[in-house]
Ligand binder design. Structure first.
Ligand SMILES: Cc1cc2nc3c(=O)[nH]c(=O)nc-3n(C[C@H](O)[C@H](O)[C@H](O)COP(=O)(O)OP(=O)(O)OC[C@H]3O[C@@H](n4cnc5c(N)ncnc54)[C@H](O)[C@@H]3O)c2cc1C
Length: 277
């Protein structure tokens, strides 16, 4: 049952889920899935999309923004946009989860799974976790950060977070609070690509795209840290569209960060990644 609905940003909502007495065994970084067919209000839209696409609409994955030691389960969803001339189909599920889900509603969720987690040997591998995220890509990293602060006291974290504007930053206050509470263990570096208010910029809030210079600053010892990268990457739809046009698909956040990490000398074995299509 949806126990609470927290508006994080104009297009992002956290759904806090009450699951009765079920034991919730998940790892920070895991995701659950939500099948859009369970929502009666989507029935006609789904039939129409399935006719157009010629296939059944699959369940959508959502990472937990809660951490396993917290009382409630929570997911944080960013609404996908339909951009005329760019997006092939209107997004199906995220608009409903973000804008039309009310406290008291019941959802069927399936989980929990995913390889994007802190391994059991994380302390043997490093004392510095570098989170590199864009948009809703911060969701699993936020869960890992909260969990590690509570359960891995030896780990330090640098959280590098790219967004369009200051108002798009999900968990902005909470990240600030964690950095203030753990000054020796948490450093947050924001970078904003389209912010026009000069007043928001400062040492912890940079201007522009995430680049090698910022990553170098966040990663002083490239072969000693573990980097967790999460955000949008080239989707199978981008690949198909590129094939049709004859040009290679343009790199998105994930590909561009992976290239930059390689360029600054972070071994691939020290980079974990989660792709949000
Ligand atoms: C492991 C994982 C974890 C995730 N965690 C989160 C999270 O924590 N928070 C979050 O907000 N999101 C998360 N996502 C993304 C999420 O699963 C959904 O992809 C997102 O919410 C969009 O779903 P939608 O139904 O709104 O849009 P969709 O209906 O899936 O549409 C999304 C885009 O794909 C295009 N598209 C769809 N079908 C086709 C097709 N057949 N041909 C061409 N283009 C097509 C649409 O035009 C649109 O641009 C995660 C994804 C993964 C893989």
């Amino acid at each position: 049952m949806v126990a609470d609905v927290i508006i994080e940003t104009p297009d992002t909502t956290t759904l806090v889920l009450f699951t009765g007495n079920d034991r919730l065994e998940y790892l920070a970084g895991h995701f659950l899935t939500i099948d859009p067919h369970q929502f009666e209000s989507l029935e006609r839209f789904i039939s129409f999309l399935e006719d157009l696409k010629g296939k059944r609409e699959p369940p959508r994955a959502y990472s937990m923004s809660s951490a396993p030691h917290e009382r409630y389960l929570a997911v944080t969803v960013k609404e996908e946009r339909y951009v005329s001339g760019t997006t092939k189909f209107p997004p199906l599920l995220s608009p409903l989860l973000v804008k039309r889900t009310l406290r008291g509603m019941r959802l069927i969720v399936t989980g929990f799974t995913g390889p994007y987690t802190l391994g059991p040997d994380v302390n043997a591998q490093t004392d510095h976790i570098v989170h590199v995220c864009a948009g809703s890509g911060s969701v699993p990293n936020f869960s890992m950060l909260k969990f590690a602060l509570a359960h891995h006291p030896r780990l330090r974290h640098t959280f590098v977070y790219s967004n369009k504007t200051w108002d798009d930053v999900i968990f902005r206050d909470e990240l600030g609070r964690l950095a203030a509470q753990h000054p020796d263990r948490v450093k947050v570096l924001h970078t904003l690509t389209r912010e026009e208010n000069h007043a928001v910029f400062g040492p912890a809030v940079r201007r522009g795209r995430l680049d090698q210079a910022l990553l170098r600053e966040a990663i002083p010892a490239p072969d000693e840290c573990l980097v967790y990268v999460c955000g949008p990457g080239i989707s199978k739809f981008d690949v198909a569209a590129a094939k049709a046009s004859g040009a290679p698909p343009a790199p998105r956040f994930l590909e561009s960060v992976l290239g930059d990490l390689k360029a600054i000398g972070v071994p691939d074995s020290r980079v974990k990644r989660e792709f949000y299509g």
